[in-house]
Unconditional design. Structure first.
Length: 261
C-alpha cells in the first residue's frame, strides 16, 4: 500500500486573525498526482503555507499534518524532498543571483548561494544537467532579475529538481506567463508526470490542469467541496456551484476550458 504524500486530519489554521480551516482534512497518496482547484479565498494559499511550514495548525485541537508519513521534519530537508514552486518564492528571490547559483541553491534550500556553502564537482554537474534538460543552460550567468518570468520559473523548477524530490507542488504555474511560455511550462509539467513524479497543482484556472492528472480536489470556504475524477467533477453544474456563477465547461485534447454560460 502506497504511503500518503500528504495527510491533513482535523486541521484548524489561521492566517492573521482569520480562521481559514476549521477541522479540515485531506489525503493525497504518494504517486497520486492531484489538482487542487477553487476560487480565491477557498484556502489554497493557506494549504500551501501549511505544507511548506510557513504557518502551523492550531495546537491542542486534535489536528495533525503528516508529510510523507512524518509529522516532524527538519524544514530544510523537507523542502529538498518536496519541491514547492510558489509565486511568493519567485517574487522574493534575489534579483542579483546568477542562473547557475539559483539551481545550486536548491541543495541548501537557500535564496542564492553563500560563501559557507560547499558544492562538489558532482553538484555543479548535476545543476548544469538539470539546466540543459530545462533548456536554460545558456542563461547560467544571467542575473535572476534580468530574466523573463518564464525563465525565472524554469530556474526555480531546476532549483527543486536538483534534489530529485519525490514530489513537486506547483502554485498557479502559468500565472504571469504569455501563451508560448505557458505552453512550454505546462509541457514540462506533463513530462514530469509521465516520468512518474507525483505532482500537486494548486490553481483556480482549468486550463492549467494537464491531461495526465486525473484526480481533482475542489476547495470552497476552507473545506473540501468535492473530490474525485475529472470527468465527474469538471462539469458545468459542479463548477457553476463551486464558483457561484453560471459556467459552461468544454474539453479539447484532454484539456478543459470554461466560458460564461
Amino acid at each position: 500500500m502506497a504511503e500518503n504524500l500528504l495527510e491533513l486530519r482535523n486541521v484548524t489554521a489561521y492566517r492573521g486573525a482569520t480562521r481559514v480551516f476549521d477541522g479540515f482534512s485531506l489525503v493525497i497518496a504518494e504517486g497520486e498526482s492531484t489538482v487542487i482547484l477553487g476560487p480565491n479565498g477557498a484556502g489554497k494559499t493557506t494549504l500551501l503555507k501549511l505544507v511548506d511550514r510557513e504557518i502551523y495548525p492550531v495546537a491542542g485541537e486534535g489536528g495533525s499534518i503528516r508529510i510523507m508519513g512524518s509529522e516532524r521534519w527538519n524544514i530544510w530537508e523537507l523542502r529538498s524532498r518536496f519541491g514547492i514552486l510558489s509565486n511568493d518564492l519567485q517574487h522574493e528571490y534575489l534579483g542579483c543571483a546568477k542562473g547557475l547559483n539559483v539551481v545550486l541553491s536548491g541543495f541548501y534550500s537557500s535564496i542564492d548561494t553563500w560563501r559557507h556553502q560547499e558544492f562538489s564537482p558532482a553538484d555543479i554537474e548535476k545543476a548544469r544537467s538539470v539546466m540543459r534538460r530545462l533548456g536554460i543552460d545558456a542563461l547560467a550567468d544571467r542575473p535572476f532579475g534580468e530574466m523573463s518570468t518564464g525563465q525565472q520559473r524554469r530556474f526555480l523548477l531546476g532549483r527543486a529538481l536538483v534534489n530529485d524530490p519525490c514530489a513537486l507542488l506547483f502554485d498557479e504555474p502559468t500565472a504571469g506567463l504569455d501563451l508560448a511560455a505557458s505552453f512550454h511550462y505546462m509541457e514540462t509539467i506533463r513530462r514530469l508526470v509521465r516520468e512518474g513524479r507525483t505532482i500537486v497543482l494548486v490553481t483556480h484556472h482549468l486550463h492549467e490542469i494537464p491531461p495526465e492528472i486525473s484526480r481533482v480536489v475542489l476547495l470552497r470556504d476552507g473545506r473540501v467541496f468535492m473530490e474525485g475524477g475529472k470527468e465527474r467533477l469538471l462539469t458545468s453544474p459542479v463548477l457553476s456551484e463551486l464558483f457561484g456563477i453560471r459556467l459552461r465547461v468544454f474539453k479539447e485534447n484532454g484539456f478543459y476550458q470554461v466560458l460564461p454560460a
